[in-house]
Design a protein around this ligand. Structure first.
Ligand SMILES: Nc1nc2c(c(=O)[nH]1)N[C@H]1C(S)=C(S)[C@@H](COP(=O)(O)O)O[C@H]1N2
Ligand SMILES: [Mo]
Length: 315
């Protein structure tokens, strides 16, 4: 069973003028609507989530769009959760150039139209932040593997490095007196993690192009890892032989590992990772806390990547 269902947007429907995705009924995922997702090929619909061992609530729902676009981490626009939505209005995600280079037989540059011409799919993924909150987001994107295939990785390539744009004139968090992080924001994956069919480059969410605060125009989504792996507004992807430097690991190595795998047994030094607070979705009486699952519940798909590794030492 494939882990996703193609969204089937013909390339001809995507033009520079209408960079807008067809809104789908399945975005209306609700208690009743979720049942419509029971198509056998859709592994991450609500019904499947409920059926997974280790058990998410049967009513696990897509996070309200208003929450997913107003509660963000994107330090280039400020360190508060409301800052990215409030202070990303000046950011210009078009035109855009994504350079893919390094240990590649055919390094290349991709503009937005070329990225939109990849076969786009919708993926509803559970997302988990190391801070202890989680969401369920309907992304639109394509497997990173498809992009990497295009540039023909050399046999010596073992890792993939990612880099966010630096634009102090459009990103208030990069021009303040207080610089919370070194820029550019950088991230990395091992090549086999990057080639996992679950790993996508996202160009949209909730049936639309990405809002600036969520990483327009193109960002990484790696659903079994903590959110900081999901680097936003990417301008460069580089195939490397050595393990790349990653922003949070460099800033606080004892708190944020290179692997960033969701592992409820490895506490953050200052707080537990055993449970998570699901943003939005009610919880009128009491909390929205739920147990955190190993690999964020995607173990069936990705546990093999870490066979033989000590995931407490490599967190
Ligand atoms: N460039 C950049 N990418 C980033 C961040 C950032 O500060 N800058 N924050 C990361 C963190 S900590 C999280 S939890 C996710 C949040 O993504 P979301 O706002 O789409 O939920 O983005 C990640 N990607
Ligand atoms: Mo995060």
């Amino acid at each position: 069973m494939p882990p996703y269902r193609p969204i089937a947007i013909p390339g001809s429907e995507i033009t520079p003028e209408s960079v807008y995705f067809r809104r789908r009924e399945l975005l209306r995922l609700g208690a009743a609507g979720g049942l419509a997702l029971a198509a056998p090929s859709f592994a991450f619909g609500a019904t499947e989530l409920a059926a997974r061992p280790g058990g998410y609530d049967p009513d696990e729902q897509v996070t309200p769009e208003a929450d997913a676009t107003s509660y963000n981490n994107f330090y280039e626009f400020g360190t508060g959760k409301a800052d990215p939505a409030a202070h990303s209005g000046e950011f210009q995600p078009r035109p855009w150039t994504l350079t893919v280079d390094g240990l590649a037989g055919k390094p290349a540059e991709f503009d937005l139209d070329q990225l939109l011409a990849f076969e786009l799919e919708e993926r509803i993924y559970r997302m988990r932040c190391v801070e202890g909150w989680s969401m369920v987001i309907p992304w639109i994107g394509f497997p990173l593997a498809a992009l990497l295939d295009r540039v023909e990785p050399l046999g010596s390539a073992r890792y993939v490095a990612f880099e966010t744009v630096v634009r102090p004139e459009e990103m208030p968090g990069q021009r303040g007196v207080f610089q919370p992080l070194p820029w550019p924001y950088v991230e990395g994956l091992r090549l086999d993690e990057a080639l996992s069919p679950l790993t996508i480059l996202s160009l949209g969410m909730y049936g639309k192009t990405l809002p600036n605060q969520n990483g327009a125009p193109v960002r990484l989504v790696v659903p079994w890892k903590y959110g900081f792996k999901g680097i936003k507004s990417i301008v460069r992807i580089t195939l490397t032989e050595d393990q790349p430097v990653t922003t949070w690991n460099r800033s606080a190595p004892s708190e944020y590992g290179f692997y960033a795998n969701v592992n409820p047994e490895v506490d953050h030094p200052r707080w537990s990772q055993a449970t998570e607070n699901r943003i939005g979705g009610g919880g009128f009486f009491g909390s929205n806390d739920r147990p955190t699952l190993m690999f964020n519940g995607y173990g069936d798909e990705v546990a093999d990547l870490y066979a033989g590794m000590d995931l407490k030492a490599n967190f």
